[in-house]
Design a protein around this ligand. Structure first.
Ligand code: SAM
Length: 290
């Protein structure tokens, strides 16, 4: 089987199997060999590596990953793609395809079972409709991960790196900053995909911090506070937190914690930095458990 990273090779496979693209699965396949080489190069994969690919599609990037890595596991939700993958990857004996929704896969157990718990690399041209839950899931499930190299919408790549004052600042920005170092590796134009998406894309690499950049006593509580703050962006921080179903603090407790971190009663959540969210969460934790 020839390499698939070109418009003609992709069309040939699509026609051979009468494959119909499913918009609901975010199917935009890469058709540019240069970009594929750059992604796999950016991930610095060697024969020592175990790679998890999310959404292999027809196997375009998987071919490159199989050549570079020791072992590849690719999780694909669309059952129509499974016979295609069996064909396009038939030359490789170091790949396993799992036909499942990646959000339902226990990746921690998978890494333990298949890579003896050693850190894995994640490489993916992500389905954009679930970018945030995939990234949050990888971080929160404490999967041993060396690096995550992923194609995302350009706007999402920007969101990961922004701080207070930008309209793009949100829970994803804070999660990425808390867990990882984020670096844009390359920008990718919409013309590198079939079908062509409406947005430009970027490949971003997330490398997990060895030590968290802020001191937080209860990570789970901090992220509940962060989510509550951004769920009701237009409300003041105190109202956002008071209305959250995940949290159980009185208005007085919240106001006093806000004052303890030196902020006014009227502040909005979107004005706080990661460090300030950590301080707020530590103050609120004290109120309940001291
Ligand atoms: N890796 C291929 C490429 O670069 O050409 C395809 C990338 S395409 C943007 C996203 C892929 O993710 C599609 O194959 C889609 O079917 C798959 N996908 C969508 N939702 C998924 C999910 N929940 N779990 C696993 N795969 C999913």
């Amino acid at each position: 089987m020839a390499y698939l990273g070109s418009p003609s090779a992709t069309k040939e496979v699509i026609n051979k199997y009468s494959f119909a693209f499913q918009k609901k699965f975010g199917q935009n396949f890469l058709i540019d060999a240069n970009i594929l080489e750059n992604i796999v190069g950016a991930a610095e994969i060697s024969k020592e590596d175990f790679v998890l690919e999310i959404g292999p599609g027809i196997g375009t990037m998987t071919q490159y990953l199989c050549e570079a890595a020791g072992q590849v596991v690719a999780v694909e939700i669309d059952k129509m793609l499974i016979p295609i993958l069996q064909d396009t990857l038939s030359e490789y004996d170091n790949v396993e395809i799992i036909n499942q929704d990646v959000l339902k896969v226990d990746i921690k157990s998978l890494a333990e079972e298949k890579n003896q718990g050693k850190p894995i690399k994640v490489v993916a041209n992500l389905p954009y409709y679930i970018t945030t839950p995939i990234i949050m899931g990888l971080f929160e499930s404490k999967v041993p991960i060396e690096s995550i190299t992923i194609m995302v919408q350009k706007e999402v790549a920007d969101r990961m790196q922004t701080g207070p004052g930008s309209k793009d600042y949100g829970a994803l920005s804070l999660a990425v900053q808390y867990y990882a170092d984020a670096k844009v590796m390359l920008n990718v134009s919409a013309s590198c995909f079939m079908p062509r998406p409406n947005v430009d894309s970027a490949v971003i690499q997330l490398t997990r911090h060895r030590k968290a950049p802020v001191d937080v006593e209860d990570e789970k509580l901090m992220f509940q506070i962060i989510r509550a703050s951004f769920n009701q962006r237009r409300k003041t921080l105190v109202n956002g937190l008071k209305n959250s179903l995940e949290l159980d603090f009185s208005k007085e407790e919240i106001l006093s914690a806000i004052q303890e971190i030196g902020k006014p009663d009227t502040i909005r959540g979107e004005a706080l930095t990661l460090e300030e969210f950590a301080m707020l969460s530590n103050q609120l934790k004290k109120k309940k458990f001291s």
